[in-house]
Design a binder for this molecule. Structure first.
Ligand SMILES: [Zn+2]
Length: 291
């Protein structure tokens, strides 16, 4: 009964044999693509959360206590909020190193790994840039990792997981070709980002990040740095400022008003209007590379 009273965090397929908790909505979408209704999925963060510092709800500990598999973005992205919840959940099935602990970052190539660890480098991302999920090409890799994990934990449904994965990849390849085409005119252009949240997306399509509104990762904008960015945009004729949807946009808007660049706000996860992976990347592509 307790479970039935939980909010819309969960779906309850009949006879689900694996109960999975995932950190972020995009992982939940990959899981649904691979498993359809064969697993019970709980998603912790929402699309509007700052992914570095998700505010835990009381239900999170129960979700972690009851699940068989925890899937994380990893790469240090959850370091500010998941470890204390895991300590409180006391679920040996999902502790680091166990079968039920899946860190997706170990299957992708992370960029911007710092050569020295010092607070002078900023407050977050000691392991490199963890926002690799913003590269749509990584989605098929992650879907395969999830498919293999589910197949090993629930071999009775292995064939279904494989078939669903094949169907996902077939569809995803069509979308990748569309996005490649739409983004191609923007190769070799430059943008300013608030935080290096979209670096993998931009790198994929040959767009250079010329600077960030935050002076260092996790550090709020300063007047001095803001003026430097305005001057840089004017000198280098940079046309676009990319702002995430969880930081205050007023600095980006101020820089836009002083420099003539356009400021766009991009979603970084599935939710709201962008309630599928397709829509999330469609919106990133359409907004970033206007014809
Ligand atoms: Zn970050």
């Amino acid at each position: 009964m307790k479970k039935l009273l939980l909010p819309l965090l969960c779906t309850f397929p009949l006879f689900a044999s694996v109960h999975v908790t995932v950190a972020y909505p995009y992982i939940g979408e990959l899981l649904k693509a691979v498993a359809h209704a064969k697993v019970e999925v709980s998603v912790l963060a929402s699309a509007s959360s700052d992914p570095h510092f998700v505010t835990p709800r009381p239900s999170y500990i129960g979700e972690l206590r009851d699940c068989d598999l925890l899937i994380l973005n990893g790469g240090g992205l959850e370091i500010g909020w998941i470890p204390p919840l895991l300590n409180q959940a006391h679920n040996p099935k999902i502790i680091q190193g166990s079968v039920g602990y899946l860190d997706l970052s170990t299957y992708v190539k992370m960029i911007d790994k710092p050569t020295s660890l010092s607070r002078a480098q900023g407050d977050v991302h000691a392991e490199g840039n963890p926002h690799y999920a913003m590269d749509p090409y990584n989605m098929a890799i992650l879907a395969k990792v999830i498919m293999l994990k589910l197949s090993s934990m629930d071999p009775a449904n292995k064939n279904a997981y494989h078939a669903n994965y094949d169907e996902f990849v077939k569809h995803w390849n069509v979308k990748l070709a569309q996005w490649d085409k739409t983004m191609s005119p923007c190769r070799n252009t430059q943008v300013i980002q608030y935080h290096e949240l979209f670096s993998y997306f931009l790198n994929r399509y040959g767009i250079h990040t010329a600077g960030t509104i935050e002076p260092l990762p996790g550090i709020s904008p300063s007047s001095k740095h803001t003026i430097e960015i305005i001057n840089q945009i004017r000198t280098d004729k940079i046309s676009t400022i990319i702002q995430d949807d969880y930081h205050e946009p007023k600095t980006a808007q101020f820089i836009a008003s002083k420099s003539g660049a356009r400021a766009i706000i991009l979603a970084h996860d599935v939710g709201g209007e962008n309630n599928t992976l397709d829509k999330l990347f469609d919106s990133m592509v359409e907004q970033t590379c206007k014809p």
